[in-house]
Design a protein around this ligand. Structure first.
Ligand code: PLP
Length: 395
């Protein structure tokens, strides 16, 4: 018999999928050249050339049986060592490969972590809205509950008082994502410091650890000369979930990791629990070739210049027209306030003009839409006229 529970997760509406599909249908109707599909968060630039060359070298020179066989369950040892050394050099930490568990991207990393810290069905994971829509199904999949905490407009920075007020004795984890999908906001060090203090205080009050689960696929997707403070340096019970999907433009190849700093109170049990959950969910053994190339390339990231150009162009054009937008310093997304209360209706009207983006109601923040900046420059430039038409249609 089909699981009603999983059936409900599998058939729950996905705003991103729905509007991406609408874009495909509109392309047939209006012609692909008249469609500006700003709905998907897929990289629009190639992987770094050095990484590509290393993949080729491995394919040409290495033993072709060993290259493609299983890695150790926790991931290729040389790759994990190189990742730890790169983090240590940049963030003053002292990790080793024993702190890292490779996964097939950030989504499996988060799922493994949630399952690793879950003990009963009434436990909550706190989310800061706006948040990545897929957390909903990950939390449901782990059979936990969601505790939603709204961050304030216009820039969606941490509202520390609201977070402190909202946490309950059932809260076992708080997911943060900086730079943030969909707002592009980066949380400053001072706020992370205070957040760490709140979590320490609340953990003491509740008599159990509240983990800070830091989802960081955009840590290297920066559009300005800004610093992304390293979350684990502010709170000892942090678990980092990382992905190379965006930073190396290899979203389809599926490589990421869970980083469990040794400072975690229960490190000696937490690491095996994450490994156990990853194994139980079948998400261990990230693709061997793409892991192995990291041994020499852990320091690399893709060129973000295209995303920056699109951000500069669209932010200026849209705010000049009177749209209210977030100013993303990181990621390749921008939130734009819908011109009517119903963000889905706004997205449907935009689609009539060839503009495809997604409603933020799925991201816990109705009334806004998410505009993806990861498109070719000419698509971003040509979309400006459609945004103008859309604005005029509301006069
Ligand atoms: N977390 C956030 C905030 C994301 O935006 C994404 C993908 O878009 C993921 C996690 C999942 O990343 P991955 O492709 O590595 O599974």
């Amino acid at each position: 018999m089909v699981s009603e529970y999983m059936y409900a997760i599998g058939t729950a509406p996905s705003p991103i999928r729905e509007f991406f599909e609408l874009g495909r249908a509109k392309a047939q109707e209006l012609g692909p050249e008249n469609i500006f599909n700003l709905s998907l968060g897929a990289p629009a630039v190639p992987m770094p050339e050095e990484y590509r060359q290393e993949l080729i070298r491995l394919m040409m020179e290495e033993d072709q049986v060993k290259l493609h066989t299983y890695t150790t369950t926790a991931g290729d040892e040389a790759a994990r060592t190189a990742i730890a050394e790169d983090l240590n050099r940049r963030f003053g930490t002292s990790y080793t490969r024993a702190n890292l568990y490779m996964t097939a991207g950030a989504a499996p990393a988060i799922c493994a972590v949630l399952n690793a810290i879950r003990n009963s069905a009434d436990e909550e994971i706190a989310l800061l809205a706006p948040y990545f829509a897929a957390y909903n199904s990950m939390i449901k999949g782990a059979r936990m509950k969601k505790l939603e905490i709204k961050l304030p407009e216009p820039d969606f920075r941490l509202d520390l008082e609201a977070i402190e007020r909202a946490l309950t004795p059932k809260t076992v984890g708080l997911i943060i994502n900086s730079p943030n999908n969909p707002s592009g906001t980066i949380y400053p060090a001072g706020d992370l410091q205070k957040l760490g203090e709140i979590l320490t205080r609340k953990s003491g009050e509740f008599g159990h650890v509240i983990y800070l689960i830091s989802d960081e696929p955009y840590r290297e997707v920066l559009l300005d000369d800004v610093e992304v403070p390293f979350t684990a340096n502010f709170y000892k019970n942090t678990i980092i979930c990382y992905s190379y999907s965006k930073s190396l433009s290899i979203a389809g190849e599926r490589v990421g990791y869970v980083l469990i700093p040794s400072e975690n109170e229960d490190f000696s049990r937490l690491y095996p629990a994450v490994a156990g959950a990853a194994g139980a969910l079948g998400v261990s053994n990230a693709p061997s070739l793409f892991q192995k190339a990291l041994a020499k390339c852990a320091h690399l990231h893709s060129d973000n210049e295209l995303y920056k150009k699109n951000r500069d162009l669209l932010y200026k054009a849209l705010t000049d027209m009177g749209y209210v937008c977030t100013y993303p310093h990181g990621t390749f997304y921008m939130m734009v306030k819908a011109l009517e209360a119903d963000d889905k209706a706004f997205c449907r009207r935009a689609a009539e003009m060839g503009l495809i983006f997604v409603p933020c109601s799925g991201f816990g923040w109705p009334g806004y839409v998410r505009v993806a900046l990861c498109v070719p420059e000419d698509v971003a430039a040509r979309s400006v006229a459609a945004f103008k038409k859309l604005k005029e249609s509301y006069k």
